[in-house]
Design a protein around this ligand. Structure first.
Ligand SMILES: Cc1ncc(COP(=O)(O)O)c(C=O)c1O
Length: 328
């Protein structure tokens, strides 16, 4: 584990203010305010990129969550479960490893509840993410970019092992409440929004919570739905938020047997799709969502009829400072 130099590091968060010193809110305080805005995201039909008549492409725009990403669902679910089971109690610090979006969601919700949040994050995440983590007051340990999300996981495990009594380690990679969030909400929304017409579901794999939770529920409710998982094509990639499972620490919640098809996408193809979607559909997506759409179009080209639904985990604004945006 190595850390960034002091010059690269954002300003440390301000010391916990009055809200953090106060007794954190109990589970009942989850209702209302920011919590009630999570989920029920729109499903947009992307007509102009549909390959041929008979195939519909729909994108679930998770950037519409209050924290700006799909990870609000998992973070809220893990916090609720922690409060319900008594793992998260006043005085504990919320701890997790994140490539950014879960960290932002935990920092936002921790702030709303009055808990201190400590996050282990690879130092090469986009500067927009770094700023957001700082704005929500998270305490961040920057980990070696060459070790990717695995380096962040190892550091969170190390911190937890040193002082287990100090932390509520939500451990998104192992936490059943992560995939359950999607089983209980994302899948149900998709079935309703497509009037159960969905035939194919496509999602990228990070912790795999989105794919596993949504996929399990869709298969239960409509067994003919085809599940397509999306990964980067190799260990060194630029698809922030996604994992190359063959070379990474495999999340305990991941169930590879769920996928009817597993698609690998190159980083450059995904960036090209970011630009194409912005220019042809007027929809600005993050690069992992663009990768999922590359996989969607590939699969859609092979069928005569189908209703494809893809998860777009976040919006392109979160990556505006990335070098690849300049080529647009
Ligand atoms: C941008 C982005 N895309 C995709 C994912 C993958 O979602 P999941 O962890 O549910 O597999 C994440 C997860 O953090 C993400 O931040």
């Amino acid at each position: 584990m190595s850390r960034m130099s002091a010059a690269d590091r954002p300003e440390p968060p301000a010391p916990a203010g009055a809200a953090r010193d106060a007794v954190p809110a109990a589970a009942g305080a989850l209702e209302g305010a920011v919590w009630s805005l999570i989920g029920n995201t729109p499903l947009a039909r992307l007509r102009r990129i549909e390959p041929h008549p008979g195939v519909e492409i729909h994108a679930k725009l998770e950037s519409r969550n209050p924290g700006g990403s799909v990870k609000d669902r998992a973070a809220a679910s893990m916090i609720r479960e922690g409060l319900r089971t008594g793992g998260l109690v006043p005085g504990k610090t919320l701890l997790d490893a994140s490539s950014g979006n879960t960290g932002i969601a935990l920092a936002m919700l921790g702030a709303a509840l009055g808990y201190t949040v400590k996050l282990c994050v690879p130092s090469n995440v986009s500067s927009e993410r770094k700023r957001l983590l700082d704005i929500y007051g998270a305490d961040v340990v920057w980990t070696n970019p060459l070790e990717g999300s695995d380096g962040a996981i190892r550091e969170a495990r190390r911190l937890f092992a040193l002082e287990p009594q100090r932390y509520f380690y939500s451990d998104q990679y192992s936490n059943e409440a992560n995939w359950r969030a999607h089983y209980d909400t994302t899948a149900v929304e998709i079935l309703a929004q497509t009037s159960r017409r969905i035939t194919h579901f496509v999602a990228g794999l990070g912790t795999s919570g989105t794919f596993v939770g949504t996929g399990r529920r869709l298969k239960l409710e409509k067994p003919t739905v085809q599940l397509i998982s999306v990964q980067p094509d190799g260990p060194f990639h630029g698809l922030e938020g996604l994992k190359h499972m063959d070379s990474a620490i495999v999340p305990p919640i991941y169930d590879p047997s769920l996928a009817d098809e597993a698609v690998a996408v190159e980083t450059d193809e995904a960036w090209a799709m970011v630009r194409r979607l912005a220019r042809e559909e007027g929809v600005f997506v993050g690069v992992s969502g663009a990768a999922a759409l590359v996989a969607t179009l590939r699969a859609a080209a092979t069928v005569e009829r189908g209703v494809f639904v893809t998860i777009i985990p976040d919006g392109g604004e979160r990556y505006l400072s990335e070098r690849q945006m300049e080529r647009a």
